[in-house]
Design a binder for this molecule. Structure first.
Ligand code: CO
Length: 243
């Protein structure tokens, strides 16, 4: 085995020993069950590790990752993970987490051909095309970041309209879905202000989120724009392309 793989096992043994020393019984309690409160749906990108970013330990977050954090209506892999998380684990929060500088989003933005993944990334191109007017109105350097956020909003909706969520909410289960974006450049998570819990009409929440994204990235100072814009603004009169 190569030296670098040997390193991984060495680190693993050290980590296991350190955990057991600091918190005796940690692993034996994990064996019995996992009771995570959170499900993370994120990008496969190695710079976006769910547990490390959120300070969560083994047993605390149920994770599904794929290229560019896409939830497709017919993706049995994602849907099975969501069903297990909601019906069996009873997670209380599902976060869909995009990240700035995402290669999948960038490829979709540029229409670049990268191989088999073109067919997967086509889903983001659909998002791009749906919001083409808005994206073209933004400064060119802001468009990929805006599309990253629009993709998150879109995937939050896709989770929310899945049979798993519709059934869970109809049975009164308390579980909400949130849209976040992670900055590889600063290590910080942004809450995009799109949280869905089955009570409010998702159409309004989605439109308000799209409005905020447009406002944020068209403003001269994105950071100030984010702070100035309160969450929960349902006004959607100027969204040109409702889903
Ligand atoms: Co990515």
């Amino acid at each position: 085995m190569s030296d670098s793989l040997d390193d991984l096992f060495a680190h693993n043994r050290a980590w296991s020993a350190r955990m057991e020393r600091d918190r005796p019984g940690f692993f034996t309690s994990l064996v019995k069950q996992q009771t995570p409160k959170y499900m993370w749906i994120g990008c496969s990108d190695s710079r976006v590790p769910a547990n490390q970013i959120t300070g969560l330990e083994p047993g605390e977050v149920f994770v599904h990752r794929n290229v560019a954090n896409i939830v497709v209506h017919s993706d049995l892999n994602a849907l099975s993970a969501i069903q297990f998380a909601v019906e069996r684990l009873k997670v209380q929060h599902i976060m869909v987490v995009g990240h700035y500088g995402c290669g999948g989003v960038q490829a979709a933005m540029e229409g670049a051909r990268i191989g088999l993944a073109d067919n997967w990334i086509r889903h983001i191109q659909d998002v791009r095309d749906r919001h083409r007017v808005m994206l073209e109105s933004l400064p060119p350097e802001a468009r990929a970041d805006a599309l990253c956020e629009l993709n998150v909003a879109e995937q939050v909706v896709n989770v929310a309209v899945s049979t798993v969520m519709v059934d869970a909410w109809s049975q009164g289960q308390k579980v909400s879905i949130h849209g976040w974006a992670f900055g590889v450049h600063d290590g910080l998570l942004q809450d995009l202000g799109l949280s869905v819990d089955g009570d409010k009409p998702i159409e309004n929440l989605y439109r308000a989120a799209v409005q905020r994204i447009r406002y944020k990235w068209s403003a001269p100072s994105p950071e100030l724009a984010v702070r100035a814009e309160p969450h929960g603004n349902d006004s959607a009169s100027t969204v040109e392309e409702p889903r």
